[in-house]
Design a protein around this ligand. Sequence first.
Ligand code: R1P
Ligand code: URA
Length: 294
Amino acid sequence: MIASSELILNERGAVYHLDLRPEEIAHTIITVGDPGRVPVVSRHFDRIEVQRSHREFVTHTGTIGNRRLTVISSGIGTDNIDIVLNELDALVNIDLQQRTRKPDHTSLQLFRLGTCGGLQADVPTDALVISTHGLGLDNLMHYYALAYSDEEQELIRAFISHAGWDHAPLKPYLVAADPDLLKSFTSEPHQLSPYHGITASCPGFYGPQGRQVRAPLAYPQLVDQLSSFRFQHHRITNFEMETSALYGLGRLLGHRCLSISTIVANRAAGTFSSDSQKAIERMITRFLECWLSR
Ligand code: R1P
Ligand code: URA
């Protein structure tokens, strides 16, 4: 039995932060950071059957043709992904009345449609990048007992050595995307974008992404350290603030996750998108076309 202090339900019997009940979500879920992006996605639905909103978590569930899907905003950061993933998982894998784990596991498909900063000169502003891995510069997954694959351990060792962080206070981690979803969306006939690579997830937008406006930085070389990393065919293409936790918690809880981002700030070129809303709309349309054709 899971105590009421450990999994909090509200007066509707809904999980507390998301304010959602099990029947109010689909098993395919799009996560976006910005609550304002939720109606931009659900505008493509034929019918919206559920609309809920609590704090930064806005949810619309509906259908396109005979396929049901949910779009939910996470707000910013891996700490919010901790809430979103644990509460979505509880909706399908916990009997909320009995407060017990269900005997059969249900696996969700989660797609993040986000924005990001680009780190490579050959990946242009407004391009879509699919995350092969999340490189966690945050510390969320250090609170969980996730087993890392040999490839993930090799890659993170190579990155730490490249950055010269063997004795630094930062302890990055790295988690791969769901291999089937990654393959499906990076190869024909459903290829979403030619650009894919490691996505660094940062615990902030300014200092943790190497932006110096006024506060002095402890890691002024961060952008160069990330963009110059090469290991076998891997490189770091972009950074944002959620993917590492989505991939880590997704795998730990048995859900299949893929993170897709539009480059709005090109850090290699020092430019910002001239029409980021149009580029985001293009990502949503393109993703839905690919998803519906699968
Ligand atoms: C920062 O501006 C936010 O934008 C990116 C980052 O990951 C962070 O959440 O994603 P979203 O556009 O999905 O919010
Ligand atoms: N989101 C981020 O986290 N960083 C950027 O540079 C742009 C969007």
